[in-house]
Each structure stands twice: as structure tokens, then as C-alpha cells.
Design a protein around this ligand. Structure first.
Ligand code: KG4
Ligand code: ZN
Length: 326
């Protein structure tokens, strides 16, 4: 059995996954309420809370799976990218556990983890496919040729899509984290009320840009631009249009037969529906992970570890976390 640990941002997560990709437990201790008064994640506060939560999360993951450490043969942990102090807590906990039990350790790239959510049972997706990863920290398009292997073909030049949701939510007074709250407010609004820009659509390449959109919303709010629900719906529609159209362009350019959408923003039902519609038009398959596996969790990290050669005991002790991908 694989024990997965994830502490890259503000969720302290632990999971037990079988080598075949069956989730036996998936514990997520969210710190969202702790950071809400600050309007965003405070890195040092996150690290301290991970320290308090990581061992209880591992204990509960083992408990929920009906297992003990004796049943664990591999420890998998997010090594980066993410908040460096937060990552170090999970990595140190994973090293300590693996070392004490003389187990191998698999350091996992968080972004590969998001994609590997698609390889979990009961409905695993088989590469090749084109992946749209939209989270709070990253937005990118990648060609996935094989499990454990992906080539990034485009990414955001400024804000990530989730960041755009969070900043939009803040401008609309919705608090943190804002993606789900903005979706909720938007559900009662008119997406055609405001013509917000869907940047980069139709341009060469496969990159994204969301900072201009945020400025457009800030201006509309400043100018007293109408009902909050209409602003939210129009803003969400612009993010979704940019994501889906850029993904569609990449599907056509690469000839991919399947588009997969992953990352926290893939929880958004308007995005899920728009992607489904566009894929039908294109005649390609759409692959979506269940919403709860789209946002940060440790089952996806354990899943990714199945396709990476483990570092044998005790070769991993000098491994270091990384905040950004070089
Ligand atoms: O993948 P994730 O959990 O963490 C990162 O790796 O960043 O993504 C978190 C992001 C946040 O920006 C959050 O606002 C966004 O996903 N998110 C959503 C929704 N649920 C979460 N964005 C839009 N609609 C949602 N329903
Ligand atoms: Zn993430």
C-alpha cells in the first residue's frame, strides 16, 4: 500500500492508495478558515498548522483504511512546487516515516499529482491525452503521452485561473477561498451582462493570461457596474471561455483524441459543462476527475507515485523541497 502526504498549500492531506489505484482512505484537513481573515494563505501560518495536523492526518488515513504502518510499503510525498515552508513539513514527515520503517520514498511533483488523479479507480483514464490543469497556483496545457510523463505546451503568463477566481471573489467581497463562492453567486446572474475579455483566444501558442480580466472587473466594480451576480457570472464566463477555447485550440493543434481537465478550478460546474459542450463539437472525449479529487488531496499524490521509480531507503534523506519548477 502507498501512503501519500500532501502539504503544498493550505490543505494537510494524507491518503492510502493501493498499487492498482484504489483509494482506501483520503483525509483532507483544510486550513481555509484559518487563513480566511487574512484574505489569502499566509505561508508561515500554513507551515505551523501543517506541523500540528500532519501526524493526525496520517493516523486518520491509516485508521480509515483499516490499516497500520505495517501495511505501508511506500511513502509518497509532494516535493514541490508550492509554499516552501509548507512543503518542508510534509516532506520531513514523509522522510521520518519512511526512514523509521526502512521504506522507499517517492517525491512527487504536485502538478503531476493533479494529472494522476485521473489514474485512480474506478474510472481510470488512459494516456495519451491533452491535459488542462487549472489550479490556484498554476494554469497550463500539457501533452500527456504516458502515465508519469507530460510535456507542458503552454501556461499562464501571469495569474493562474484559480487565482483569477480568488481575486475576483475578493473584489466582489466574497472572502477567501473565493472560487466556489464566486460560482455560487454567479449561478443567479447573467453571464452576458458584461463583455469581459477572454485573453489570448485565437493567438498563436498555447499560453494564458488572466490579469487583464481582473483589471476589467476591478474597473467595473469601481464604476458601480451593476448587480454582483451579473458581474460574477460574466467574469466566470470569461475565465471559462479562455480556458475552454485555449484548450480547444490545443486539441486541434496536437490532434489529441481526449481532453482532460484537472486542478481545483475543474470543480467548477460551468467549466465542466462548457468543456463537455466543446468536446462534443470537436468530436473528442472529455475526461474529468470527480470534483473532490480535482482540488488538493493526497490520493492523487499516491497515485502519481505508482509511475515513478522510488528512492530506496535511505537515499532520500537529502531531498529538498522546491517552491517553483525550474
Ligand atoms: O488545485 P487546488 O486545490 O490548489 C492548488 O494547487 O492551487 O486549487 C485551488 C483553486 C483555488 O484558487 C480555488 O478558488 C479554486 O481552485 N476553486 C474553484 C472552485 N473550487 C475551487 N474555482 C472555481 N470554481 C470552483 N467551484
Ligand atoms: Zn494543487
Amino acid at each position: 500500500m502507498i501512503l501519500g502526504i500532501e502539504t503544498s498549500c493550505d490543505e494537510t492531506a494524507a491518503a492510502v492508495v493501493s498499487p492498482e489505484g484504489v483509494i482506501l482512505s483520503n483525509v483532507i484537513s483544510s486550513q481555509a478558515a484559518l487563513h480566511a481573515p487574512y484574505g489569502g494563505v499566509v505561508p508561515e501560518v500554513a507551515s505551523r498548522r501543517h506541523l500540528e495536523l500532519v501526524v493526525p492526518a496520517v493516523e486518520r488515513a491509516l485508521d480509515d483504511a483499516g490499516m497500520t504502518l505495517d501495511d505501508i510499503s511506500t511513502v509518497a510525498v509532494t516535493e514541490g512546487p508550492g509554499l516552501i515552508g509548507a512543503l518542508l513539513v510534509g516532506l520531513s514527515a514523509a522522510k521520518a516515516l519512511a526512514f523509521a520503517r526502512k521504506l522507499p520514498l517517492v517525491p512527487v511533483n504536485h502538478l503531476h499529482g493533479h494529472v494522476a488523479a485521473l489514474y485512480l479507480e474506478p474510472d481510470p483514464v488512459e494516456p495519451p491525452f491533452l491535459a488542462l490543469l487549472a489550479s490556484g497556483g498554476h494554469t497550463l496545457l500539457a501533452s500527456v503521452e504516458a502515465r508519469g510523463d507530460m510535456t507542458v505546451i503552454g501556461s499562464s503568463l501571469d495569474d493562474a485561473a484559480g487565482e483569477a477566481f480568488d481575486k475576483g471573489a475578493r473584489l466582489l467581497g466574497l472572502g477567501y477561498p473565493g472560487g466556489a463562492a464566486l460560482e455560487q453567486l454567479a449561478s443567479g446572474g447573467d453571464p452576458a451582462a458584461h463583455a469581459f475579455p477572454a485573453a489570448m483566444v485565437g493567438r498563436p501558442g498555447h499560453d494564458f493570461s488572466f490579469s487583464g480580466l481582473k483589471t476589467a472587473l476591478a474597473r467595473a466594480v469601481r464604476d458601480g457596474g451593476g448587480a454582483p451576480a451579473d458581474l460574477a457570472a460574466s467574469y466566470q464566463a470569461a475565465i471559462v471561455r479562455a480556458l475552454v477555447e485555449r484548450a480547444a485550440e490545443a486539441v486541434e493543434a496536437t490532434g489529441a483524441g481526449t481532453l482532460a481537465v484537472v486542478g481545483g478550478v475543474a470543480r467548477n460546474s460551468v467549466l465542466r459543462e462548457a468543456a463537455a459542450r466543446r468536446c462534443r463539437e470537436l468530436g473528442v472525449r472529455l475526461a474529468l476527475a470527480p470534483p473532490e479529487l480535482c482540488s488538493d488531496n493526497a490520493a492523487m499524490i499516491a497515485s502519481a507515485a505508482r509511475f515513478i521509480t522510488p528512492l530506496p531507503f535511505p537515499d532520500y534523506l537529502s531531498r529538498d523541497a522546491y517552491a517553483t519548477v525550474a
